[in-house]
Structure formats: C-alpha cells, structure tokens
Design a protein around this ligand. Structure first.
Ligand SMILES: [Zn+2]
Length: 114
C-alpha cells in the first residue's frame, strides 16, 4: 500500500510526515456527516495515527473516503490548528502523499507538487 494523506480542514496544508509539527493531528471518521470514530497522535502516512487500527473495517474506510459523498470519510486537522471542532465534511486528499513529494501552497490555498 502506498503512502497517502489528507489536507488539514483549517489551514489546507498536508499532514506531512517529514515535518514533525505537521504530522501531529486529530482525525475524525465521518459517516453521513456524523463523527463515528476519532484518533489523535502522529499521522503514520497510511491513514492512521500512531499505527492504531480503526475499529471500522479498513476497506469500508477507503470506500467512504473515495466515495463522491463529502459527508463520508476522514476529516483531519493539525494539532496546532485544532479548535476542537467536530467536522461534517471530509478532508481533501493530499497530492503530496503525506510529504512523499515536495509541496507548496499557492496564494489561493491550493497545494501543488514541485
Ligand atoms: Zn493545519
């Protein structure tokens, strides 16, 4: 399985596993816009914090993240950006794959790969 990641709901930057303070995060798993599970810790580049398995079946998590429905999947926020909110829409997928590729943030907030 390749590395992958998400963009922070608050600042729009990746969970970057090369940059310590951008890997610390809180993740919420959403179903129909409701939080059904939560993890916090260091993002491991494989969809989890600190390598802890989700209780929800992983295949189901992937189906939720890659469905067309924004109210299903993972909503993720950096620890430093975290305002303790519950989210109702998922995070965007991270084109840098959790820092595997060098990235920068454009003025309009979008993430580009160098
Ligand atoms: Zn952030």
């Amino acid at each position: 399985m390749g590395m992958f990641g998400y963009l922070c709901k608050e600042c729009g930057k990746p969970l970057d596993t090369r940059i310590g303070n951008l890997a610390e995060c809180r993740m919420q798993l959403l179903s129909k816009g409701e939080v059904i599970e939560e993890q916090s810790g260091e993002y491991d580049a494989y969809g989890r914090c600190d390598g802890i398995e989700w209780e929800t079946d992983w295949g189901q998590c992937i189906d939720m993240q890659f469905s067309d429905d924004d109210s299903e999947g993972f909503a993720v926020v950096h620890k430093q950006c975290d305002k303790g909110k519950n989210y109702s829409t998922m995070s965007k997928n991270d084109p840098s794959q959790a820092g595997l590729f060098r990235w920068y943030q454009k003025k309009d907030g979008t993430i580009k790969i160098r």
